[in-house]
Design a protein. Structure first.
Ligand code: SAM
Length: 293
């Protein structure tokens, strides 16, 4: 890479920047002949202030292992390394995965990076035990990627992810709100979620046609066994597939095959059969799964 060199203030010395700006993003994309694809959600951040804000919001600590999904050209990776983290980065695009160690060697030599060239939806082993997830997620798969990582990597205790605003608000939604849905309840299985900031679409190349937010999570102890989670998630899916219907109808397929059978399971769980999925907490859904056993 032809890393852009900037003249340091006053003394005429040249320094290689530690983070990627518009010039470096343009150079790297040219070098790799990368045309960002929508299919892989490739929108690259070219603003160092945004990167530093994400790293700071995530509370990254020196020496800890951070998992990044979709490092792309390395914008956020370099921010995490600058903060002293050891980074494991999972990238599906081979050209980007191969280039990243070179970029890091030039811009931040001596830092610790492991690149895994794989699909984040399939990865089940990592070269280390990350405690924190920090990522600008590919938007079309952000929820399935998050749920996959939370199932397979219990070492992840907290995280900050950048996602499409609508998805972020859904993840952090409380029961009773219009946007509360299956992702909100499933996410709540793993801990507490919050909106941690807005991100302007102007910091990306190419500029996306949606707004973005930062979503934070803190993991809590899971409330049930893995078998209970699977049963609970199936009930959540059924409840929100027909979210306007009363639960005794929406859940008839998964609770005994009839509305009468569903009513009796719901009664055992202490849930009104006339209620709707959007009113229930994750604990309510778990109680239904347990009553159905
Ligand atoms: N982190 C970079 C940044 O902030 O500039 C790039 C973020 S871009 C929104 C998403 C990245 O995820 C792209 O590099 C894309 O190639 C990668 N990606 C898309 N689908 C993926 C998947 N299933 N597994 C791993 N990486 C994926």
């Amino acid at each position: 890479m032809n890393a852009h060199r900037h003249e340091a203030e006053g003394n005429g010395a040249v320094v290689t920047p530690r983070l990627l700006g518009p010039a470096e993003i343009r150079d790297l994309a040219q070098l790799l002949d990368v045309t960002p694809t929508k299919k892989l959600g490739q929108n690259f951040v070219h603003d160092a202030n945004t990167v530093r804000r994400i790293v700071q919001t995530a509370g990254v600590e020196r020496g800890e292992t951070v998992l990044e999904i979709g490092p792309g050209l390395g914008s956020l990776t370099l921010g995490l390394l600058e903060a002293g983290a050891s980074v494991i980065a999972v990238e599906i695009d081979r050209r980007l995965a191969e280039q990243l160690p070179h970029t890091v060697r030039i811009m931040q030599p001596g830092t610790e990076l492991h690149v895994v060239h794989d699909d984040a939806l399939r990865v089940t082993e990592l070269p280390g035990e990350p405690v924190r997830l920090v990522a600008n997620l590919p938007y079309n798969v952000s929820v399935p990627v998050l749920l996959h990582l939370l199932v397979h990597f219990p070492s992840l205790r907290s995280g900050i992810v950048m996602v499409q605003a609508e998805v972020g608000h859904r993840l952090a939604a409380e029961p009773g709100s219009k946007i509360y849905g299956a992702p909100s309840v499933k996410a709540a299985w793993y801990g507490r979620w919050r909106i941690a900031g807005q991100v302007s679409r102007m910091v990306f190349w190419p500029v996306p046609n949606v707004d973005s937010v930062l979503v934070g999570f803190e993991r809590a102890d899971v409330p049930g066994t893995e078998a209970e989670r699977i049963a609970t998630f199936a009930i959540i899916d059924a409840a929100f597939q027909q979210r306007r219907k009363m639960l005794r109808q929406a859940l008839s397929g998964v609770l005994g095959g009839s509305s009468a059978a569903a009513t009796s399971v719901l009664a055992r769980a202490g849930i009104a059969p006339e209620s709707r999925g959007e009113q229930l907490t994750m604990d309510d859904f778990l109680r239904i799964a347990r009553a159905a056993r």
